[in-house]
Design a protein around this ligand. Sequence first.
Ligand code: DX5
Ligand code: ZN
Length: 210
Amino acid sequence: MKKTLLAPSLLSADFSDLSGAIKKIENDGGSIVHIDVMDGAFVPQITYGQPVIKSIRKLTDLPFDVHLMVEKPELMVDSFAEAGADWITFHYESTVHLDRLIHHIHDLGKKCGISIVPSTPVSFLSQILHLVDLVLVMSVNPGFGGQSFIPYTLDKISELKKIREEQGLDFKISVDGGVNEKNFAEIADAGADILVSGSSFFSGKLKWEK
Ligand code: DX5
Ligand code: ZN
């Protein structure tokens, strides 16, 4: 059986010690570094951007999945690619010309993820699922770490898994928000290939073996 991968979210790290946070991700079972970029417009907080990613890029060989919670992501993908993103994930709800942006990210030589907030149905992705490398199912309303998993998002994970099988597609399913030591098995069973975890991982509650 395929092993579910853990992608710890830097949002819950101590920002005064990002180097220590990256070491913990490497040592405690992380396969991907999940980097939440917030612009204070698509979501209320502002986190970090290209210069921070550039400086932590040299600390690890683990892939970076940059989760853009920003308006107009098309204005930023070149500079995030340049800064060291391996995967660039943007929100369905944040822009209009999804097809163009997905192709542009691929032209930059990067993997492309598309994310949906809890209230966006999976069916809205029907025209573009064959183009993306990853679907990031938000299981909380984006913007903050430490929120509770929204149970109805489990059905969206299963729905994506079913569509992927029926249509012979190969995008990864990643789940982000409220994943913890109590619910991770159920979420993985529903079809998640990648579990993003911030607070539960950095508080030491969610233990993971690669
Ligand atoms: C929320 C972010 C998530 C979040 C996960 O907007 O996209 O990545 O940091 O944190 P936890 O695991 O604490 O919900
Ligand atoms: Zn995220």
